[in-house]
Design a protein around this ligand. Structure first.
Ligand SMILES: Nc1ncnc2c1ncn2[C@@H]1O[C@H](COP(=O)(O)OP(=O)(O)OP(=O)(O)O)[C@@H](O)[C@H]1O
Ligand SMILES: [Mg+2]
Length: 352
């Protein structure tokens, strides 16, 4: 009777060591039985023979049988490794969606190898897709920022310069010194306003105060600007920041502060926001705390790239801090306000 399929499968899936061992035991066992039967028959039929041909026959048959049985077992048992090799080659050739199938007579150990390999491929595909989504949204955010700057330059600076041109033409045609004086006065006011527009756009891009005077004064300036924008009133406390810290750290913390303030302005509906920048020994910590509506940070963090929409602010803050080896904590709850805390080493390489 043929073994039950489940039992057969269990036998076929024994470890490679067992397969070879059992195959060789079978060869030796069958050889011994067949040899004994043939020898007994031969001794009875030809009692005076030397039986040399019998020995040659047994050795040859044993070697040939052992060769074929071992070859068959090893080929079948190692086939999963060949599959794995084919999978590896396909991945190296840049193919997508590669998966290794082990077949049904492989060792459990080979199965685990294939499973691990397949899981690694899946994780790699997922992180590549995540990275692609992130890059797409970063490029989108960059384009939006360019559009905003282009609009600001066009609507404000370019408009002021056009008015300047018109008024210069009027000045050319002034009839009396008094008229010319009035036009020059106009021109000066307009030029000052155009200059202010350009300065604002440029400061928005990267405040020179950050490079010239450092993070503390730059944050104080940003909060001053913030206070002019809306109803929320901001205050700043800077402590222990007499010496400059690494430029990368300054820039990262400044951008975190800028985005946190922008979020307060756009989402918090707060009356107050407190910004503090404190250096203690080797760490510098920036905290932006508002008393607004708050939100659920775990929902925002758990979102996948697809569901996160185009919200890049918190993600960007986290990435910036990670790049300089720092960290970011978002402490918020609906109705309880929001605190963003970014910490980094104050003694990081000053040349970076
Ligand atoms: N200070 C805050 N008060 C209330 N809600 C906030 C605050 N900061 C962030 N949030 C919430 O977290 C979400 C994610 O913020 P994030 O800065 O990542 O994106 P965004 O501001 O919506 O868009 P982006 O910054 O990309 O222009 C916001 O949409 C908002 O719901
Ligand atoms: Mg934001």
């Amino acid at each position: 009777m043929a073994p039950q399929p489940a039992l057969r499968l269990r036998l076929l899936r024994r470890p490679l060591f067992d397969k070879i061992l059992f195959a060789n035991l079978a060869v030796v066992g069958i050889g011994a039985i067949a040899g004994t039967v043939i020898t007994v028959w031969h001794v009875r039929a030809f009692p005076n023979d030397l039986h040399l041909e019998l020995i040659i026959l047994f050795v040859t048959a044993g070697v040939i049988l052992s060769y074929f049985v071992n070859r068959w077992v090893l080929k079948r048992a190692l086939a999963p490794l060949d599959n794995l090799q084919v999978g590896v080659d396909r991945v190296r050739a840049g193919e997508a969606d590669v998966r290794v199938h082990m077949g049904n007579i492989s060792d459990e150990r080979f199965d685990r190898l294939a499973e691990t390999f397949n899981a690694m491929l899946l994780r790699q595909e997922e992180s590549a897709a995540e990275m692609q989504g992130l890059t797409r949204r970063l490029i989108g955010a960059q384009e939006e920022e360019r559009l905003r700057l282009a609009r600001e330059l066009h609507d404000e600076a370019a408009q002021s310069l056009t008015s300047l041109l018109v008024r210069l033409r009027l000045l050319e045609h002034a009839h009396t010194p008094d008229e010319a004086q009035a036009r020059v006065h106009d021109l000066r006011a307009l030029t000052a306003s155009a200059l202010e527009d350009v300065r604002r756009v440029s400061l928005d891009l990267r405040p020179t105060i950050l490079d010239d005077l450092g993070l503390g004064p730059a944050l104080e300036w940003r909060v001053d600007e913030f206070n002019k924008e809306g109803a929320t009133q901001g205050t700043v406390v800077v402590r222990g920041m007499e010496a400059r810290i690494a430029r990368d750290t300054e820039l990262a913390l400044y951008r975190v502060g800028q985005e946190a303030l922008s979020n307060v302005h756009r989402h918090a509906n707060a009356t107050r926001v407190e910004v503090s920048l404190v250096r203690t020994n080797d760490t510098v910590t920036l905290e932006v705390r508002d008393n607004g509506v708050g939100f659920d940070p775990s929902a925002a963090r758990g979102a996948t790239p697809a569901t996160r929409g185009c919200a890049m602010g918190l993600l960007g803050m986290r990435e910036r801090m990670a790049i300089i080896g720092g960290d970011l904590v978002v402490d918020a709850a609906p109705g309880k306000g929001t605190t963003i805390r970014a910490g980094a080493s104050a003694t990081a390489d000053m040349h970076t």
